[in-house]
Design a protein around this ligand. Structure first.
Ligand code: XIL
Length: 378
């Protein structure tokens, strides 16, 4: 539900935006470092029931880069993270290889810190992810476990991780990327489906629900922006699961886009058909990469094209009633995964390395303001 504000609420909100100091007082104050104005942020501009999120940089590719852990050590990064966003997603800190490094140990310190940060800054948290074919530890993938052992390992992991953050995580990407592009299940590379059969998917959702009955449980995937074989497969699977009483609440579209390809113009229609099943939807990992030769900057035309992709994706979400969460996969190029994973492509986020804003940032801000003029989402 995205509540559009009433006129009365708009008047009230604008009355509450008081100048921070009178001109006379301001003149006496020491020069301030340029800060982030609360009213000049994405979360402020957003409609009340639309969370604006980002991935929180850490783990994964960051560990091979020549900088210290961003979330821990980059104070400017933390300031923008707190100011701009009403939702945060751990980029890697809840993936099996990170959070469950040996069979008998969990590594929760980094995720605990993210959850604490989110609480301090009135942000919700998206949990990512419990059931995936990628970024699993070697002890799991190469453990030669029996079916019973594997089932027990998955159940224990889900109960432990979801249980630890019960009440503190709003949405979980329970299952990530379970389908191939042609709409068949990943029966080879997903260890759970391969070893335990497709029925294990339903168990993963049941166990997550038992561990945190309030969390909203999602499927999440890439390449499902438009109406295609993969998104059709979800459209078929989810009602089947729901008919069996499996607690599935939502369908999430990652949204890793590239200006090499056309914008998926049927994104809104695709979100809508999941909405029509009574599901929540979300955009969970959007970035828009561009072809940029090493040592060069994108052209103005490239930046405009990128901005239009971000804006159209956000507009699609805003137009769909139960699309309640729009998350960008990192907000600054300084820490983006894109140049590490896509050779010759980059500059995929909405801020430059120094946190200055790109046209894409302003495009998002504009769409949010149009959806909800003057209303803060604190
Ligand atoms: C990426 C992270 O951004 C990198 O840091 C990591 O090295 C690899 O994974 N789909 C997903 C995300 O669901 O978890 C991936 O994140 C990007 C693609």
């Amino acid at each position: 539900m995205k509540a559009r504000q009433s006129l009365a609420a708009a008047v009230l909100a604008s009355a509450l935006i008081l100048p921070t100091a009178t001109p006379a007082l301001a003149a006496q104050e020491a020069p301030q470092k340029p800060g982030i104005e609360k009213q000049d942020t994405l979360r402020w501009a957003a409609p009340q029931d639309l969370k604006i999120g980002t991935a929180v940089a850490g783990g994964g590719h960051h560990e091979t880069q020549p900088y210290p852990a961003p979330f821990t050590y980059d104070s400017a990064y933390r300031e923008h993270l707190a100011a701009e966003f009403s939702s945060v997603s751990p980029e890697n800190q809840l993936k099996w290889e990170f959070v469950h490094p040996t069979r008998d140990t969990y590594r929760f310190a980094e995720m605990d810190a993210i959850v604490q940060f989110a609480q301090e800054n009135h942000q919700v948290v998206r949990g990512h992810t419990l059931f995936w074919h990628s970024q699993n530890p070697a002890w799991l993938e190469q453990g030669n476990f029996s079916k019973d052992e594997l089932r027990a390992i998955l159940k224990d992991h889900i109960q432990t991780v979801v249980g630890r953050y019960a009440g503190k995580i709003q949405q979980w990407d329970v299952a990530n990327e379970i389908f191939n592009g042609d709409g068949t299940l990943r029966t080879t590379d997903n260890i759970w489906i391969r070893e335990l059969g497709p029925e294990i998917i339903a168990d993963a959702f049941r166990w997550a629900h038992e561990a945190d009955p309030k969390a909203k449980l999602f499927f999440n995937d890439y390449g499902v922006e438009g109406v295609n074989a993969k998104s059709n497969a979800y459209l078929k699977l989810i009602p089947q699961l729901k008919a069996q009483g499996v607690p599935v609440d939502g369908f999430a579209i990652q949204g890793h886009l590239s200006t090499r390809y056309g914008f998926p113009g049927d994104l809104q229609a695709n979100l809508q058909r999941f909405n029509d099943l009574g599901l929540e939807t979300a955009i969970t990992e959007i970035d828009v990469r561009m072809d940029v030769a090493a040592g060069t900057k994108p052209t103005a035309a490239q930046l405009e094209k990128q901005a239009s992709y971000y804006q159209r994706a956000l507009d699609a979400c805003i137009s769909v009633e139960e699309c309640n969460s729009f998350t960008i996969w990192g907000f600054t190029d300084k820490y983006s995964w894109v140049p590490v994973f896509f050779s010759g492509e980059g500059e995929a986020t909405v801020m430059w390395n120094d946190f200055t804003r790109k046209p894409a940032y302003y495009a998002l801000q504009e769409s949010l303001e149009q959806a909800s003029p003057g209303r803060g989402n604190r």
